[in-house]
Design a binder for this molecule. Structure first.
Ligand code: BTN
Length: 326
């Protein structure tokens, strides 16, 4: 365990109490300078740590790991003015961002929570959102043709893969449509939702919701079969900043599909045999649904999955569910 992680763990296991720098350095067998460096790095990540002479360090309540200043510092200059809404707990960052968008929040507004009480996934599912994860929603005011809004999720998937690579040195892949996998386990899900303007009948905002597992501690056993986490010694603020910047950058490549080669390159399903569930979405592994085996030939320019069934027929799937052994 790194000094930074060990310091954080010591502070967390002493809620409300100060621990002296000496005690920390002795228990970890590292120098006082190393402890001090770990504390300042944790502060940069947004941890609110009090330091009092002759008492030591205390992790303050509501220990948000992302704070606005740390995040803004980590964002590139072109996104310095985005609106940041950082919360400890929300029911769902997407629901909150939708409300902000209805109230006129500008393009690029960001909602972040450390914890969601009603995290939402695709197909009406819940998204398990314990305190250890990262929950981000981004308000997009589309400047592209609305028939292309389905591609927003695919572009966001590429953005997350790029950010995980840059910040966490992790090689992630994309399971169509929008699940991010590392070493065979899902570490991130993406839910994009459109807000329709009733007068014009057009979508005037898209909310991109991104949930990243950064630990699987406390995950129920049934989720542990598929869920993984991006663990390691990286800055959470840097990861969030990178995800935001990559996502906003890629929004300008929706019309020209410039992100598509990267999406395909990171696809975990092209060339694989998958099970396609027809007619109805599969909601639980026990549910017995009509299904067909198919080989994935390609992903087309609209993000559709081009599959070849065993009877030789082809289909382009535009949404729904496939399962595949990864
Ligand atoms: C899925 O895997 O089905 C998509 C999960 C999307 C979860 C994210 S977490 C941030 C945002 N807020 C939500 O309620 N959902 C999305």
């Amino acid at each position: 365990m790194s000094v930074k992680k060990a310091v954080l763990s010591a502070l967390k296991s002493n809620p409300g109490n100060y621990i002296s720098g000496e005690e920390l350095s002795n228990s970890m067998n590292v120098s006082r300078t190393a402890v001090w460096k770990a504390i300042s790095s944790l502060r940069k990540d947004g941890y609110n740590i009090n330091a009092v002479t002759n008492k030591g360090y205390l992790l303050k309540d509501g220990d948000c790991t992302i704070d606005a200043d740390a995040l803004r510092n980590a964002l590139p200059a072109r996104y310095q003015n985005v609106e940041l809404h950082i919360h400890d707990t929300l029911d769902s960052t997407n629901t909150y961002a939708k409300q902000l968008a209805l109230e006129g929040a500008p393009h690029g507004s960001i909602v972040i929570a450390e914890h969601q009480t009603n995290g939402r996934g695709r197909l009406g599912r819940t998204f398990f959102s314990p305190r250890s994860g990262l929950y981000i929603s981004i308000v997009i005011k589309p400047d592209f043709d609305l028939s292309q809004s389905v591609l927003v999720t695919s572009a966001a998937a590429v953005a997350v893969v790029n950010a995980l690579n840059t910040v966490c040195s992790v090689d992630a892949g994309i399971k169509w449509v929008n699940d991010i996998y590392v070493k065979g386990k899902k570490v991130c899900g993406i839910l994009s939702e459109g807000l329709t303007n009733f007068e014009s009948g057009q979508i005037d905002s898209i909310i991109i919701g991104i949930g990243i597992n950064t630990s699987v501690d406390g995950f129920p056993d049934d989720l542990l079969d598929i869920a993984g986490a991006v663990e390691g010694d990286y800055s959470r603020s840097a990861l969030v900043a990178n995800v935001i910047a990559e996502t906003l950058d890629l929004m300008s490549s929706i019309s020209n599909r410039a992100f598509m080669p990267a999406y395909k390159e990171k696809s975990l399903v092209i060339g694989k045999t998958v099970t396609v569930y027809n007619g109805k979405y599969k909601t639980s592994p026990e549910e017995d649904l009509p299904s067909r085996q198919a080989r994935v030939l390609d992903i087309d320019d609209n993000g559709g999955l081009v599959v070849l069934y065993t009877d030789g027929s082809k289909e382009v799937l535009t949404s729904g569910e496939i399962s595949v052994r990864l």
